[in-house]
Design a protein around this ligand. Structure first.
Ligand code: GRF
Length: 194
């Protein structure tokens, strides 16, 4: 990547888009110094599409990796940010964008991988869960960890209140991790990110 130019970032999302909204806010505030060039969505009913429209961010509905790759090339995307993208990217796609895909997961990985992490942690009865931002590798919810932050589960918590706690952390942690990435501060050494 060219160190001087402003990087083009793409967010991939399939749902309501609260993390997308947090990223938009951080870009607008100048906390993330990048051009939010594209939203890639695979669900025509997703709330995130409306958010993109309101924020003036270009969005595309794409179902296949071929289509996605074409949009990434056309928009000269440097960094891919997965924010609730419900499709597993193929090993080939991940290899082609090695160390240029970030993901956020609502648990302290490697605990509670998968699509229902907050509920799974709540049902398990853990006293602490949290949020992980990590690089994406060929295995699901597995790549090197960039940032983690814990969230306490108190006796009075319901699933809904825990969800709210987790999302609040996400909206702070993801922009922070993206910013560190763009500032070239992250060095990957095996599983360790410094
Ligand atoms: C977040 O909890 C994120 O950690 C997970 O999917 C959820 C997306 O939520 N990967 P939203 O669409 O950003 O509100």
């Amino acid at each position: 990547m060219d160190k001087r130019k402003v990087k083009n970032i793409a967010v991939f999302a399939s749902g309501r888009g609260s993390n997308f909204a947090a990223i938009v806010k951080a870009v607008k505030a100048g906390e993330i110094k990048a051009n939010l060039a594209l939203l890639v969505c695979d669900n025509s009913k997703a709330g995130v599409l409306k958010l993109a429209q309101q924020a003036g961010v270009k969005s595309v509905l794409a179902k296949s990796e071929e289509e996605i790759s074409r949009h990434l090339e056309q928009n000269k995307i440097d960094l891919i940010i997965l924010a609730g993208f419900m499709r597993i990217l193929s090993p080939d796609f991940v290899r082609r964008h090695k160390n240029r895909i970030l993901n956020i997961h609502p648990s302290l990985l490697p605990a509670f991988k998968g699509a229902h992490a907050i509920r799974d942690a709540f049902d398990y009865g853990v006293k602490v869960t949290g949020v992980t931002v990590h690089f994406v590798d060929e295995k699901m919810d597995h790549g090197p960890v960039i940032l983690q932050e814990p969230a306490k589960v108190s006796a009075s918590d319901t699933l809904q209140s825990l969800e709210a706690k987790i999302h609040k952390i996400e909206h702070k942690l993801y922009p922070q991790a993206i910013r560190s990435y763009l500032e070239g501060k992250l060095k990957i050494r095996g599983r360790r990110v410094k």
